[in-house]
Ligand binder design. Structure first.
Ligand code: SAH
Ligand code: SF4
Length: 394
C-alpha cells in the first residue's frame, strides 16, 4: 500500500487562504431587484434571522420563512398563510423569493432535460436533469461558475473564460427551479421517492474554486427543515484543487468525485492543466485523507476515454497500481464531442478491455452511457454565450 503524506497544515492553510481570497474577487454582488428588494433565497438561517430582526420582527420568523421557501417551495409572500397579512405585506415590500429565468428548456430523446438559466445581470449557465431510466428518480447536475478558469483540453466549458462565480442563491436556485419544473414541492421526506433525488455538482465550473458559495448553497440544500437532501445524495466533482479538498470533506462531508483522466503527470499536465500545480501524487494523497472515505463511501474517479490518448491496457494497469488502498470506484466516461473538439472517444472494445482490467482488480468501473448528447447536455458539453465583457450589439 502506498504511504500517505500527511497534509502540511501551515502550507495548506496559507494556500487555502490565497485561493479563497483570489476566487472571492469573482463573487457577484448581493442580489437586489431594480426597486431595491433583496433576494431571500441563498441567505443562511443566521442571515435570514438577522433580516427579520432588522425589520423589527422576532428571529423565529426566519424559521417560518425557511419552511415556506425551502419546504413548500413558495415564491409569493401572499401564499405564506401562517404569517399574518400585515407582515406578509411588509416582507413583500423589502424582499423577493426568486428563481432564475429559464430562457431555454430542451428535453432530449432520452428524457434528459437542460435549462439555460439567466440571472438578473444577464449572465447565463446551464443545468441538467438526468432521470434514471428504470426508476422514478434522477440527478440534477448543477453549475457553480459562469465559465471556468481551468481549461481541460476535452471540456467545452473550459473554452469559456471564467465570467464570474455563482452566488449561493444562484446555486440553490438552479435546483429549486428544476423542482418547479417537475412540480416536486413540498419537499418529499427523505424516505419518500422523488424524481429529483440526487445532486451532482458537475456542471459548469470548478466548485472548489468557488468554495464559499458552493458550501453555503449545499448547507441550505442539506438542511432537514427545507429541501432536505442528505450529504449522501450529493456528489461534488473536482478537477483536483488539493488545498480545498480537506475542508470540503470536513465541513460538508458530501461524496467526492475526482476528475483523474490520466495516470502520468506528463499526460495529465497536458489534458488537465491544473495538474501542474497539484500533481497526481498530491491529489491521491488528498483523496486518501478525505474524511469519510470508506468502502461504504468510496471516492469516484472520473476517467474520460480518449481514443489513443489515455485508453491503453498499460494505463489501466497503472491506474490499478495508483489507486491501491483507496476505497474507489471508477466511472469510465466516453468522450462527449462538442463543436471543434480535438478528440475522439475510445472504441467500445477498447473501453471494455480497460474496464475489464479494473474489474479484475476488484474495482467497480461502470462505463457511463452518454445522456442528452443530442441537446449538448452530456458531461463536458455545457457552455453559454456569456462573456466577461459583452461586445456592443450590432
Ligand atoms: N470542474 C469539475 C466539475 C465539472 S466537469 C471537474 O472538472 O471535475 C464534470 C465531469 O465531466 C468531469 O469529470 C470532467 O472531466 C468531465 N468532462 C469534461 N469534458 C468532457 C467530455 N467532453 N466528455 C466527457 N466527460 C467530460
Ligand atoms: Fe473546468 Fe471541470 Fe471543464 Fe476542467 S473539466 S475545464 S475543471 S469544468
Amino acid at each position: 500500500m502506498n504511504a500517505v503524506t500527511p497534509a502540511t497544515p501551515e502550507l495548506t492553510a496559507a494556500e487555502r487562504d490565497r485561493i479563497l481570497a483570489k476566487t472571492a474577487l469573482f463573487n457577484p454582488p448581493p442580489i437586489t431587484t431594480a426597486d431595491g428588494r433583496r433576494e431571500l433565497v441563498g441567505l443562511s438561517r443566521e442571515e435570514l434571522a438577522a433580516e427579520m430582526v432588522a425589520m423589527g420582527e422576532k428571529p423565529f420568523r426566519a424559521k417560518q420563512l425557511w419552511h415556506w421557501i425551502y419546504h413548500q417551495g413558495v415564491t409569493d409572500f401572499a401564499a405564506m398563510s401562517s404569517i399574518a397579512g400585515p407582515m406578509r405585506a411588509a416582507l413583500a415590500e423589502r424582499f423577493v423569493v426568486g428563481r432564475p429565468q429559464a430562457t431555454e428548456v430542451q428535453t432530449s430523446s432520452d428524457e434528459t432535460r437542460k435549462w439555460l438559466f439567466r440571472w438578473r445581470d444577464g449572465q447565463e449557465v446551464e443545468t441538467v436533469y438526468i432521470p434514471d431510466r428504470h426508476a422514478d428518480r434522477g440527478a440534477v447536475c448543477i453549475s457553480t461558475q459562469v465559465g471556468c478558469t481551468l481549461s481541460c483540453r476535452f471540456c467545452h466549458t473550459g473554452t469559456q473564460k471564467l465570467v464570474r462565480n455563482l452566488g449561493a442563491a444562484e446555486i440553490v436556485g438552479q435546483f429549486m427551479a428544476a423542482r418547479d419544473s417537475y412540480a416536486e414541492w413540498p419537499s418529499p421526506k427523505d424516505d419518500q421517492p422523488r424524481l429529483l433525488s440526487t445532486i451532482v455538482v458537475m456542471g459548469m465550473g470548478e466548485p472548489l474554486y468557488n468554495y464559499e458559495n458552493t458550501a453555503k448553497a449545499l448547507r441550505i440544500i442539506m438542511d432537514g427543515e427545507g429541501i432536505g437532501l442528505s450529504r449522501r445524495r450529493i456528489t461534488l466533482s473536482t478537477s483536483g484543487v488539493v488545498p480545498m479538498m480537506d475542508r470540503c470533506g470536513e465541513e460538508l462531508g458530501v461524496n467526492l468525485a475526482v476528475s483523474l483522466h490520466a495516470v502520468t503527470d506528463e499526460l495529465r499536465n497536458e489534458i488537465v492543466p491544473l495538474n501542474r500545480k497539484y500533481p497526481i501524487r498530491e491529489l491521491l494523497d488528498a483523496c486518501r485523507r478525505y474524511p469519510g472515505a470508506s468502502n461504504a463511501r468510496r471516492i469516484t474517479f472520473e476517467y474520460v476515454m480518449l481514443r489513443g490518448v489515455n485508453d491503453s491496457e498499460a494505463e489501466a494497469r497503472e491506474l490499478v497500481r495508483l489507486l491501491a488502498g483507496l476505497p474507489a470506484k471508477i466511472n469510465l466516461i466516453p468522450f462527449n464531442p462538442w463543436p471543434g473538439s480535438p478528440y475522439q472517444t475510445s472504441t467500445h472494445e477498447q473501453t471494455a478491455r480497460f474496464a475489464a482490467i479494473l474489474n479484475d482488480a476488484g474495482y467497480s468501473s461502470p462505463i457511463r452511457r452518454p445522456r442528452g448528447r443530442d441537446i449538448l447536455a452530456a458531461c463536458g458539453q455545457l457552455k453559454t454565450e456569456s462573456e466577461r465583457e459583452r461586445k456592443a450589439a450590432g
